[in-house]
Design a protein around this ligand. Sequence first.
Ligand code: ASP
Length: 323
Amino acid sequence: MSLKKNRKTVVLGTGGTIAGVRADSSNPDFYESGRLRVTDLANFSEEEHHHIECLDVAQIDSKNMGLPVWQALVKAVVNAFSREDVGSVVITHGTDTLEETAYLLQSLGPWPGPVVMTCAMRPADHPHADGPANLRDALSWGMKAPSDGVYVVFNQQAHHALSVQKISTDPLRAFSSGFAPLAAEKIDGEWVWQSGPPAVTRFDMPTTTHFLGATQWPRVEWLTHHAGCGSEVIDVLLGSQGNSVNPLRGLVIAGTGAGSFNGKWNASLKAASDQGLVIWISSRCAWGISQPQANQSAGELVELPPAKACMAMALSLMAQDAK
Ligand code: ASP
């Protein structure tokens, strides 16, 4: 690993499979996420230890990510970059919701240096654990990457936070940027730069200070339309608003194809909109872009896949609440 610029990398751990340990030694795929501390995720040399500082922000399975851990993580990133001697931040994270946290960090940026997230599909004590190599790649990409970007390093590729999605449970092909270019790829052991960050649709975003002071996550739900579905699920959600301590603020609809849904959904979503909910229409196709549809009037089209759309909507609601 080349350790240049004499600036440190702060490595923040949040848990995930990369920090997972097998729960049953006879079955390498049955494990518990987030058991190890971040300092134990690679066999760092003494020289490397001079250049990195490890901090455990959380030790969770990323399905349990939510406002408290996101706030602790953002605070740790702010603290790291407030130091003159820190050049980059690396974050270890579970693969399952990594794209949401990547989108969050990108939205709260730009940061003074690169933020590189990484992960693993196999637990740390698996005979073919991928975490140590991914972590080393994340550290080396963090030392070369253009500042102010947020990246996801996995299996020798550096993805832009805005493009990457978890698309598979196959250990080597878990992440893809679809039709969007990678930030960089490791070829013959060297990072080869490929592209700068994609253009962003700018939503209203909270400031970091406001994000860190928030006490409640604006509740947003994601519903997927499919052949033969009824709209009762939407009606039930609307009917339960009065009993909820954190009422629903918006819906992200993963429509069929380019964001279509049937007439029953159109009527229920219009009712939801009349009740003040924000309705965004995305596509259930991994790389789908929603487009205007004949005989469909509910909701607003959004050029984001559903997981990122949920994050963008919650953040934009938080920004509105701050006004
Ligand atoms: N369930 C794990 C997590 O997201 C999966 C992983 O890291 O691969 O925390």
